[in-house]
Design a protein around this ligand. Structure first.
Ligand code: GLN
Length: 307
């Protein structure tokens, strides 16, 4: 059987997306992110049998931001199973990642785990169950990606915390409605640290290999999930991974995925590959312009999407 020539396809895609290289702006509501050179691009594909195809800044580490929410969800499902769904929903929100409106109307139950409100509840769950949630979360992410050198970026976390007014408002609203058990400051400290993890496209492609392959038992650093739980994490990535652009990503790319305001996007083709792309300039929905384009072209060129 002929193998897809991913390396050639990546080179072609890179050439084709060059006209978009100056479109969009890097996130600046987190001051430390505004210091990153916005004109960088990296991409890495990892096939399910472990072959790696990378281009340009595939090994440069960046702030994974909201991509971290997938790791939190995996840990929380392991810790709580279906009981988790009493505190957070699994419907797309159709609103911005940091919106407060829906949370007020829906009385403190976040629509899904991938908007900020949902991920702040997940941080609360981790705090409740684990003695050292920061240490345990990091060792899980290290095991998933197979890279023991991964770490939090304290500077990014502190920078976000200093200007984290909206997330503090979300946490207060959750607390008011009885959906946050821990101390607000403590929960936010964990949440901001989780967002600050620095990873490369290669690290992310490797870590998401576990979500691309529900047939191999999911067991990393003592965290285990059933095949059904892994599939459902993918389902939530498909419906909620891009906030109010989830429909557009599904339409253009056709894979489950998750973005972060650091400019990273990961996507999963179940039983085939995981892919991570990074470029800091974002569109108005907070998703990487070049990243979206590259993934759209990848599934178009290869004629491979879940549909
Ligand atoms: N840490 C960011 C925030 O809470 C994550 C948002 C994102 O990546 N979409 O605002």
């Amino acid at each position: 059987m002929e193998r897809t020539d991913y390396q050639r396809i990546l080179r072609e895609i890179r050439r084709e997306i060059e006209p978009f290289a100056r479109e969009g702006r890097a996130a600046d509501y987190i001051p430390a992110l505004a210091e990153v050179d916005p004109d960088q691009f990296g991409i890495c594909i990892r096939t399910i049998d472990g072959r790696i195809y990378g281009l340009e800044r595939a090994d440069a580490r960046f702030s994974i931001q909201s991509i971290t929410k997938v790791f939190s969800l995996a840990m929380c499902l392991w810790l709580e199973g279906d009981a988790l769904w009493r505190r957070v929903g699994r419907e797309p929100s159709g609103t911005a990642f940091n919106s407060l409106i829906q949370l007020e109307v829906e009385r403190g139950v976040p629509r899904n785990p991938f908007i900020n409100a949902g991920a702040i509840v997940l941080a609360d769950v981790l705090l409740r169950h684990l003695d050292d949630p920061e240490g345990r979360f990091l060792s899980f992410v290290r095991a998933l990606s197979g890279n023991d050198a991964l770490d939090y970026d304290d500077r990014v976390a502190r920078s976000e915390r200093e200007k984290g007014y909206l997330n503090a408002a979300i946490a207060n609203l959750l607390k008011y409605h009885g959906n946050l058990h821990g101390d607000i400051e403590r929960v936010l400290r964990l949440y901001f640290l989780q967002c600050s993890v620095a990873m490369s496209c290669r690290d992310l492609a490797c870590a998401f290999g576990a979500f691309a392959d529900h047939r191999t038992p999911f067991r990393f650093d003592g965290v285990s999930l059933t095949a059904s739980q892994v599939k459902r994490i993918n389902a939530i990535m498909q419906t909620c991974g891009f906030y109010d652009e989830a429909g557009e990503f599904s339409f253009l790319v056709g894979l489950p995925g998750k973005s972060g305001v650091g400019g990273g996007i990961v996507a999963v083709y179940p039983q085939k590959y995981s892919v991570a792309v990074w470029s800091p300039r974002l569109n108005t929905k907070g998703n990487s312009v070049m990243g979206m384009k590259a993934l759209e072209l990848l599934t178009t060129r290869t004629e491979e999407s879940i549909f």
